[in-house]
Design a protein around this ligand. Structure first.
Ligand SMILES: Cc1ncc(COP(=O)(O)O)c(C=O)c1O
Length: 448
């Protein structure tokens, strides 16, 4: 049976909801990332409920969930402690005051205690907002306008940073001097002059840029490990180089930890790699699945927010749902041994998948850090976006996804996303996933 037939048979109720949704919701889903053109073919699954590491769709199919809501559900679905804390806070306090309150301080204190390198934190609503704030704050602080960023990284949808993510190499030009390319219509072309886009994991091009234009650079903005191009880890010394050069030239270093924050270590990438930034953005994970984001920084980097001369505003910033969720999530994450256990579990899955693929003669390898990784279908290591665009086999990944989804394992259908293992996945989940993978990769091996 073809995938299309098998999927159609399993998703009758989903299909009906998709048709209904398209009438009143543009495209039939609340984010463009959920549409068929972004991998969810032939149509996105409609979910009924989630519990722990599992999801159930409206047709009653159950999935082991490695999508985790695109990342935020680090504690799985409906974590009892966090859910209770949020419902209690709403019942006892309300939702939004437009003024500060004590639970907000408690949430901030716990985040600052959990993460190295930051002294202060402001809560906001989405990763895009947090990054937008960090970029403007860096410009305000330094009086400079140039932002350095890297191909293949994603920093949200705001005009200032919605550039050169999964860019067509033909449009971007030579890799030693790529052009910034806006990722969609409506982004003012003039902003091109406010950006320098570089190849990541490439010390020479970074040093050359800083030597010639370092005095113009307000900030260097980077994912500390690139999870928006599958998974690409920094080569030894690379993050240290970004740190050293930004200090030398009076620019700020911004780590966009929207994915990496609280993911594989409580202190995120700053703890894991031992390099700290001036400003750090968090979102997925910080609220255990509730909608909250944050910008953190050193006292010095947050100075203009603290004295009120930089306006970081937002009606819903630090509302009760957010602060209750953050506070409870920080408590859950403090459990001794939690990250070690789950990283080991994730590694078992990652190595298991790699082993099965290799045994079947498929060119594939895994890159990641325990609780987040990607299975790259490629015959060579992927070090940056250009490698990914040239050598990753998206066609093989699609077939792998298709053969897994019909076996009850959910992850993002695109090669340039990744698999998330929550802090509540179990050994049984991993065993069941590896069993499914054995069959799915046999099909893949036969076809390619
Ligand atoms: C690294 C990174 N930064 C920023 C964002 C934007 O966050 P949000 O979707 O919450 O606006 C994302 C979202 O995927 C991300 O992965």
């Amino acid at each position: 049976m073809t995938f299309t037939t098998a999927f159609a048979e399993r998703t009758v109720a989903t299909k009906a909801l998709f048709e209904r949704a398209k009438v009143t919701i543009p495209g039939g889903a609340g984010s463009t990332a959920r549409l068929p053109r972004n991998g969810w073919k032939p149509y996105p699954l409609f979910m009924a409920e989630g519990q722990g590491s599992r999801l159930r769709d409206v047709d009653g199919n159950e999935y082991i969930d490695y999508l985790l809501g695109l990342g935020p559900m680090i504690l799985g679905h409906r974590h009892p402690q966090v859910t209770q804390a949020v419902t209690d806070a709403v019942a006892e306090l309300g939702t939004c005051f437009g003024l500060p309150y004590e639970l907000e301080i408690e949430a901030a204190e716990k985040v600052v205690a959990a993460v190295p390198g930051i002294d202060q934190v402001r809560f906001t609503n989405s990763g895009s907002e947090a990054v937008g704030t960090a970029v403007r704050l860096a410009r305000a602080t330094t009086g400079r306008r140039l932002i350095v960023r890297f191909e293949g990284h994603y920093h949200g949808w705001q005009d200032t940073v919605y550039w050169s993510n999964h860019v067509d190499p033909e449009l971007a030009g030579p890799i030693d001097h790529p052009r910034p390319v806006a990722m969609g219509g409506g982004v003012p072309a003039e902003l091109q002059d406010t950006l320098v886009v570089l190849n990541w994991n490439d010390p020479e091009s970074f040093i050359a840029l800083m030597e010639t234009r370092g005095h113009e650079v307000a900030a260097v903005l980077t994912e500390p490990a690139v999870f928006n191009t599958g998974c690409i880890l920094p080569e030894p010394g690379y993050l240290e180089l970004l740190r050293e050069q930004t200090r030398k030239h009076g620019a700020l270093l911004i780590f966009d930890e929207v994915i990496t924050g609280f993911r594989f270590a409580r202190g995120g990438a700053q703890e894991w790699f031992g390099v700290t930034a001036d400003l750090v953005t968090y979102a997925k994970g910080i609220g255990g699945g509730f909608p909250v984001a944050a910008i953190g920084g050193t006292n010095e980097a947050m100075r203009l927010i603290a004295d009120g001369t930089y306006s970081h505003s937002g009606t819903y910033n630090a509302n009760v749902v957010q602060c209750a969720a953050v506070s409870a999530t920080m408590d859950v994450l403090a459990e001794p041994g939690l990250y070690e256990r789950q990283r080991a579990l994730g590694n078992r899955l990652a190595r298991g998948l790699e082993g099965i693929a290799t045994a079947k003669g498929i060119d594939a390898y895994v890159e990641g850090i325990g609780t987040v990784f990607q299975l790259w279908f490629a015959d060579r290591p992927i070090r940056n976006w250009r490698d990914a665009a040239a050598h990753a086999r998206e066609d093989i990944f699609t077939r792998w996804y298709e053969e897994m989804i019909v076996r009850g394992v959910l992850f993002h259908p695109l090669q340039f996303e990744n698999l998330f293992v929550s802090l509540v996945h179990t050994d049984e989940d991993i065993d069941a996933t590896l069993n499914a993978a054995e069959d799915a990769l046999s099909v893949v091996a036969r076809e390619f």
